[in-house]
Design a protein around this ligand. Structure first.
Ligand SMILES: [Mg+2]
Length: 180
């Protein structure tokens, strides 16, 4: 029996790109810097996983980043694009605010055993650590190597029947990630 194709839910800001404001005559323009290896990552991982995107930012901001990708020759059409409106607003005891991504919203369509979520902010996944793969935040360095390593890791584990049982906090120690 063919195993369910796994779903990979990608964060956008500081995971696939970073962005900053550039002053222009009347205000500011948002500029996007794409993470090194982004095109290869999407091609390689997209061959094995269904790719989706979920950002805690606004729809307009997410679309602007996707437009910047297309402009750079890296068209990305995720299976679905969820934005802040799908997040759950939480105010923590210390007063901080979190836009939590509650993956159980997906479970009627995707078995959670075969869902992974990549994000630079663990606080967004307070209710879904079992599906969470944490990446370092991308800050614009051209030497960033996170995506090639992550792609190698994700391809190595894509056949695992239950991702939730995997210890993913140490993913960088996986031989595939080490070799990338
Ligand atoms: Mg992020």
């Amino acid at each position: 029996m063919e195993r369910t194709r796994p779903l990979l839910v990608l964060d956008l800001d500081e995971t696939l790109w970073t962005s900053y404001d550039v002053p222009v005559m009347y205000g500011a323009e948002r500029h996007f810097v794409l993470r090194p290896g982004l095109q290869d990552f999407l091609e390689q991982v997209g061959a094995q996983y269904t790719l989706a995107a979920w950002t805690a930012a606004s729809r307009d901001h997410a679309q602007a980043g996707l437009d910047a990708m297309a402009h750079a020759g890296i068209p990305f059409t995720p299976e679905f694009l969820w934005d802040r409106d799908r997040c759950t607003y939480l105010r923590l005891d210390d007063g901080d605010v979190v836009y939590a991504k509650r993956l159980r919203k997906l479970r009627s369509r995707y078995p959670l055993e075969r869902v992974l979520a990549v994000d630079d902010r663990p606080e967004n996944f307070r209710c879904a650590y079992g599906n969470f793969v944490r990446v370092l935040p991308f800050t614009g360095s051209p030497d960033d190597r996170e995506l090639p390593r992550l792609a190698a890791y994700l391809l190595a584990i894509c056949g695992v029947p239950n991702f939730r049982r995997l210890e993913k906090r140490t993913w960088r120690d996986h031989p595939a990630a080490q070799a990338a």
